[in-house]
Design a protein. Structure first.
Length: 282
């Protein structure tokens, strides 16, 4: 098992991570440092005692979906594959294969227990496999370039190929939704303009709103986007970059869904059932 661990700033520099208490952040780092090569560990309580963390710290990590907890006491770092790359000659598969078999990979490389949120992984030749996790595909020694760094064309893991491609595509595609000031929205965009940290505005496209509405059925997405606009206006120091705005929106909507959804939206869309005698069941 490898002795070194890495951390992606995409995760640890996010507002949701930095908003956590320092003791919770410290526990996350210690858990990730001691996890096996697939991000699993079975001694979270022991680590909590070693570092002086509380149960509340651990519960916060689970609540914020930074750690996924299994019924048998085993847990896994959700963003493990975003944080770490390991060469095949240094990789040792987790002994918790039963728990691993329950996991899927999301588009961004994060673990998920929800198959509906999974994407197809890619083999070394780039062809789709099923949506279940692939246990192979970590670069080995002969896939390293002369400088000692992994060559883009030699990456055998679908995750790295996906991240490079998606990041590049994301940079290009989001530009068309950025404008210098709020105004008349493009035909495929809503009239919601979210302020960004550089003074420009993100015109939220309808296709994303539709996708979010499907992903978060208990949430009134348009209503929440307007709340985000107000919040960003009131907190200019916490405004996002063009690259980070969709991650911010996803996090906001996910927390709203987890907290029961948008109140009035749930009430308005609640299915009403009538009994034979005319009574309405809610």
């Amino acid at each position: 098992m490898a002795e070194r661990r890495m951390f992606s700033k995409k995760i640890i520099d996010s507002d949701s991570f930095l908003d956590m208490p320092l003791s919770t952040q410290a526990l996350y780092f210690h858990l990730a440092m001691r996890a096996d090569d697939d991000g699993f560990l079975n001694n979270a309580r022991k680590i909590m005692k070693i570092v002086g963390a509380s149960q509340a710290d651990y519960d916060r990590l689970v609540e914020d979906r930074l750690v996924l907890q299994f019924d048998d006491g085993i847990c896994v770092i959700k963003h493990w594959r975003i944080h770490n790359y390991l060469r095949a000659d240094r990789y040792k598969e987790t002994q918790y294969t039963e728990e691993k078999s329950k996991l899927y990979l999301k588009e961004n490389g994060a673990y998920t227990l929800n198959k509906d949120k999974a994407v197809a992984s890619l083999s070394t030749n780039g062809k789709p496999l099923d949506t279940h996790m692939d246990t192979v595909g970590i670069p080995n020694d002969n896939q390293m370039d002369t400088a000692g760094y992994t060559n883009d064309n030699q990456m055998s893991t679908w995750l790295t190929q996906d991240r490079i491609g998606k990041d590049r595509i994301g940079k290009e595609s989001i530009k068309k939704y950025i404008c210098p000031e709020p105004g008349k929205p493009a035909p495929d965009c809503s009239d919601i303009f979210l302020p960004l940290v550089d003074g420009t505005f993100y015109s939220v496209p309808w296709d994303r709103i539709n996708n979010w509405s499907k992903a978060f059925p208990a949430v009134d997405v348009e209503h929440e986007l307007r709340k985000m606009l107000t919040w960003l206006d009131s907190n200019p120091k916490k405004q996002k970059t063009a690259r980070g705005i969709n991650r911010f929106i996803n996090g906001w909507l996910s927390r709203t869904q987890d907290n029961g959804g948008t109140g009035h939206f749930i009430e308005e869309n609640r299915t009403l059932t009538k009994t034979k005698d005319g009574r309405i069941l809610q």
